[in-house]
Design a protein around this ligand. Structure first.
Ligand SMILES: *Cc1c(COP(=O)(O)O)cnc(C)c1O
Length: 386
């Protein structure tokens, strides 16, 4: 089976991790700060906090922005559940904004309409999570302008998008948001096994997230309520968690970062090849906004079902039977039972549901060969033409 995504682990990666195993520190040593510095410098952010997952990063990002009970967090329904769940962790309520039918990202016009209604009802969101689906950045300039006008904070869930650019700048540089989050799960662009990172240019947010990642504990005397009792002393000044990344993970991350740009470039080659090879099939290929250079975590096609004598499900099953590990990103979050319990129902976000009825993620990973890609195309042509 050709998987839809797959990590690339080199001998240099293995050596880096083994080096840590043989060193003094398995956690809380020099590799985590080195990884943070490496990513922050690469993308052009002032501060970076490595954590044990993007889910943890989203949680501490929301808390740092002051999200709490009686607040609202809005995001897109076409995302992994973590982009919405982070609001619920903080006791806030979650709502969704429908997607743009071309980019499949949160639609700024739909956001504006919903904000106007929410303002009248006194229910404006405190935080909007903009998810860069497949690695393509959202229309951040528009979302940022709405943030200024309606007073909400912005988190970029860039779990798919490290190495991508928006208006010529790396995603994570933070010009249009408060905090950006990356994921290093093995299916993503670079990996630390599990892992995530929160980036910001705001030192207060960085400091707050640093506390929250490790129990709310500080060893910095400037942050203590009185002078330390002795050299052993630390103070808990907030209620935090243990969301720390290990040294093994960070060393793997540093080693992977050396290949980030190469990985994204390779994904672009594969995408260009897919674009050409799919041109005559009844599918909609991913549309790329001219402002964006996608990280290309995913390559999603939409079936033109009117021209295909099969259902979406039949095409999906047939591809799997032919050894193609296709997937579907994502089941609209508002249709999940946990969210339906809160009152969301099918029909609430029609563009998202329409997308879900047609989308299929084709295999896309940096080590994918052209022969493998040809196999995907052959399987898809066979399935669609029968
Ligand atoms: C993978 C993913 C997450 C969660 O990442 P973890 O590192 O697995 O916690 C969050 N949001 C999106 C959009 C993702 O794809």
């Amino acid at each position: 089976m050709i998987p839809y995504g797959r990590q690339d682990i080199t001998q240099a990666d293995i050596d880096a991790v083994v080096g840590v195993l043989q060193s003094d520190f398995l956690t809380q040593g020099p590799q985590v700060p080195l990884f943070e510095k490496t990513v922050a410098e690469h993308v052009g952010a002032r501060h970076a906090l490595a954590v044990n997952s993007a889910t943890s990063a989203l949680h501490i990002a929301c808390l740092a922005l002051g999200l709490g009970p009686n607040d609202w967090l809005w995001t897109t329904p076409i995302t992994f559940v973590a982009s919405a769940n982070c609001g619920l962790y903080c006791g806030a309520q979650v709502d969704f904004v429908d997607i743009d039918p071309r980019t499949y990202n949160l639609c700024p016009q739909a956001l504006e309409r919903k904000l106007i209604t929410a303002q009248a009802a006194g229910r404006l969101p405190k935080v909007v999570v903009a998810v860069h689906l497949c690695g393509q950045p959202c229309d951040m300039a528009a979302i940022h302008a709405l943030g200024q006008r309606f007073g909400f904070k912005i988190i970029e869930d860039a779990s798919h998008a490290i190495g991508g650019k928006y208006k010529g700048e790396f995603i994570g540089s933070g010009h249009f948001s408060d905090i950006t989050v990356f994921s290093f799960h093995p299916v993503k662009i670079i990996t630390t096994a599990e892992g995530g990172m929160a980036l910001t240019n705001n030192p207060e947010l960085a400091n707050k997230m640093a506390l929250l990642r490790s129990h709310g504990i500080t060893r910095d005397t400037a942050q203590m309520t009185h002078t330390p009792d002795g050299p052993w002393y630390y103070q808990q000044v907030d209620l935090g968690f243990n969301y720390r990344m290990t040294e093994l993970q960070a060393a793997l991350g540093v080693s992977q970062m050396a290949r980030l740009d190469e990985y994204v470039a390779r994904r672009h080659e594969l995408a260009a090849r897919y674009d050409a090879l799919l041109a005559d099939l009844p599918v909609v290929r991913p549309w790329q906004h001219p402002d964006s250079y996608s990280g290309l975590h995913l390559y999603v096609i939409r079936l033109q079902l009117g021209q295909i004598g099969k259902t979406h499900r039949q095409v999906f099953d047939s591809l799997r039977e032919r050894g193609i590990g296709v997937n579907l990103h994502y089941i609209p979050v508002h249709t999940q039972p946990y969210y339906q319990q809160m009152g969301f129902k099918a029909g609430d976000f029609p563009e998202a549901e329409h997308y879900y009825a047609e989308a299929i993620s084709l295999p896309m990973f940096q080590t994918m060969s052209e022969a493998q890609q040809d196999q995907v195309i052959a399987a898809l042509s066979g399935t669609l033409k029968l």
